[in-house]
Structures are given as structure tokens and as C-alpha cells.
Design a protein around this ligand. Structure first.
Ligand code: NAD
Length: 314
């Protein structure tokens, strides 16, 4: 296959001052994209700001021959997100690629200890940032009939005992990815929206000390996630509305499936009937992966014409 390049393409990578975002920005720039390196430059909890963080990363990318400019706005407000998009538009006149990578872990610990501010901040930066950036680029991507969006979720939404806001925000990102991809697909737009759940050594693993940080940096360096992000950001992106776990040189599809289940039709059934069919409902021996909410509804035994619903919720 010919080299996957991004010549002439404009990319925004949020949270790209270091870590994973910097690796994504570097690879896209190395392969010809003009990259807006956004980063607020705070710590991983979300405190502080330092515009020098994005500036240094952009400088390093330029030193290696790439085209990159820095942006220090926050993704955590609608105004900040709009200013990031405006910055790229003013510089380069279009946006082809958006990588929503910026994220914080503001509130970890038992739910009773999570403050309102921690909950709000996690949702604002991760889920809010993804929503506001997608909203700000969407109309221009529609108008040019081209766009590639890569959202960054996290394996934490599978379950994580040490926190609630972060996985909640990351779960929202997965749902947002599905919603936008469905809208694009239903309308025949050439906009693809996918998500990844990365695994990499990070500022957080650095705080965990040795040996874990060294092992994470060795086995899961940020650069090993970047090829899948680039693939999904490319014109030839092979999927829309999908999520992949990525790390260490490999990747795998992550999907939400529904078991074949117990598809009874007795409207007057009882809790005892429900528990009697629990094994049938629970087993994943046979399952399907619905492409949309209507595909999921159709798994029930019913004569409801779900196609009528599709025009409202496609
Ligand atoms: P990181 O803390 O180095 O990167 C996050 C970046 O986002 C930082 O540079 C930070 O300054 C920036 N940022 C934070 N708030 C911002 C805001 N309001 N506006 C703009 N930029 C902001 O951590 P990382 O490990 O490189 O993580 C990158 C992304 O990957 C995050 O979304 C994270 O949740 C996700 N993730 C990472 C891992 C992992 O194993 N490292 C696992 C799952 C998910």
C-alpha cells in the first residue's frame, strides 16, 4: 500500500503539548498535515495553565520539518473550543481532521468524596471539550463534505473502582462518537467519527514511580498509539462510529453488543418469570452488534414498524 499521507490537510489536535497528543500531532505533521497543537498546559488534574507547553511542542515539530502552530486555549468551554477552531480557520482556511485528545482526571476516589467542581470539570474538559469542538467544526466539514474526527475515550468506562467522573465523561465520548457517525452515515456525508481507548505511559504513570513507569514507557510508549489515530484520521479510514483499544503496537475493536436474550412476548409476566429466564438473557454465547438504536429495538419480537421511527432518530 502507498504511504498514508496528509499533504494539504489541516488538523487540530487538542491536548497536544505532550504525552499522547504530541505523538499524534508529530505523526500527522511528519506525513504532511498542517497541525494546530492545542494545549492549555495545566497539570493532569486540570489545575493551572501554561501556553509555553503547546508552544514548545509546536516548535519541536517544526524543528523536525513539520508545519505546526501552537494554541493555548482551553477545550473546557464553548468559547475556548470556538476560539481553537477559529484559530485554525484563520491560519489555514479549513479543518479536515480533529483529534479530541485533551483530558483530565479531576476527581478520583469514592463517590462520596467527589466534589461538584470535580464532577463538573471532568465532564467539561473531556465530554464538553469533545462536544464543543465537534460542534464547532461540524458545519464546515459538512460544507466541504470531508472530515475525520478521532475522539479519545478510555478503558475506564468498562469499570473502574477508583473514580466516577472520568469514566462517565469517557462513556459520553463513546456515545457521542456513535451519534455523530450515525448522523453522518444517515445523510451520506464524507465525515467519519471514530474513537480510541489508548494505553500508554503518561504523566500519571510517572507519578506511580518505578518500576511501573519505566515498564509502561517501554511497553506502551505514546508513539505506539499514533498509527491507529493516523489511520482513522486518513482519507482511507476504514470505519465510522467504531472504537478501538490501542497500545504497545496493537489494537482491537471495542464494541457494544446485545445478547440474543430472552425475547418473550407475555406483557403480564412477573419478576419470577424474569429471574427464571436470567441465564438466557445474560449469556453472550450468541449476540449481535446493533449499528443503531433502531437496529437494537428490532431485536424484539414485535410488529412495530421501526422504520417509521428511523426518520426521527436515524
Ligand atoms: P496528558 O495529561 O499528558 O495529556 C492530556 C493533555 O490535555 C495535557 O497536555 C493537558 O495539558 C491537556 N489539557 C488538559 N485540559 C485541557 C484543556 N481544558 N484544554 C486544552 N488542553 C487540555 O495525558 P495522556 O496520557 O497523554 O492522555 C491523553 C488522552 O488520552 C486523555 O484524554 C486521557 O484521558 C486519554 N487516555 C490516556 C490513557 C493512558 O494510558 N495514558 C488511557 C486512557 C485514556
Amino acid at each position: 500500500m502507498s504511504e498514508m499521507r496528509f499533504d494539504g490537510k489541516v488538523a487540530i489536535v487538542t491536548g497536544a503539548g505532550g504525552g499522547l497528543g504530541k505523538a499524534y500531532a508529530s505523526l500527522l505533521a511528519e506525513r504532511g498535515a498542517k497541525v494546530l497543537v492545542n494545549d492549555l498546559g495545566g497539570d493532569f488534574i486540570g489545575n493551572g495553565a501554561n501556553g509555553g507547553y503547546a508552544a514548545r511542542a509546536a516548535e519541536e515539530i517544526r524543528a523536525e520539518g513539520g508545519e505546526a502552530e501552537a494554541n493555548g486555549e482551553s477545550v473546557g468551554t464553548a468559547q475556548g473550543a470556538a476560539a481553537i477552531v477559529e484559530d485554525a480557520m484563520v491560519r489555514w482556511g479549513r479543518i479536515d481532521i480533529l483529534v479530541n485528545n485533551a483530558g483530565i482526571v479531576s476527581g478520583s476516589g469514592p463517590i462520596a468524596t467527589i466534589t461538584d467542581a470535580q464532577w463538573t470539570n471532568d465532564l467539561a474538559v473531556s465530554a464538553g471539550g469533545t462536544f464543543w469542538l465537534c460542534r464547532a467544526v461540524w458545519e464546515s466539514m459538512k460544507a466541504q463534505d470531508y472530515g475525520r474526527i478521532v475522539n479519545v475515550a478510555s478503558g475506564s468506562w468498562f469499570g473502574m473502582g477508583s473514580g466516577v467522573p472520568y469514566p462517565a465523561a469517557k462513556g459520553a465520548i463513546w456515545a457521542m462518537t456513535r451519534a455523530l457517525a450515525s448522523a453522518s452515515q444517515a445523510n451520506g456525508w464524507n465525515i467519519k467519527v471514530n474513537a480510541i481507548m489508548p494505553i500508554a505511559g503518561s504523566r500519571m504513570t510517572a507519578l506511580m514511580g518505578e518500576p511501573i513507569n519505566g515498564l509502561m514507557q517501554r511497553d506502551f510508549p505514546p508513539r505506539a498509539v499514533a498509527p491507529v489515530v493516523a489511520m482513522l484520521a486518513h482519507a482511507e479510514a476504514p470505519s465510522n462510529g467504531e472504537m478501538f483499544s490501542v497500545g504497545g503496537g496493537g489494537y482491537a475493536r471495542v464494541f457494544a453488543g446485545v445478547s440474543q436474550g430472552y425475547r418473550g412476548t407475555d406483557k403480564d409476566w412477573s419478576p419470577e418469570d424474569a429471574i427464571a429466564h436470567f441465564d438466557e438473557a445474560f449469556t453472550t454465547e450468541r449476540f449481535s452488534v446493533p449499528a443503531s438504536s433502531m437496529d437494537e429495538a428490532e431485536l424484539y419480537t414485535s410488529e412495530v414498524p421501526w422504520d417509521v421511527f428511523r426518520q426521527f432518530v436515524a
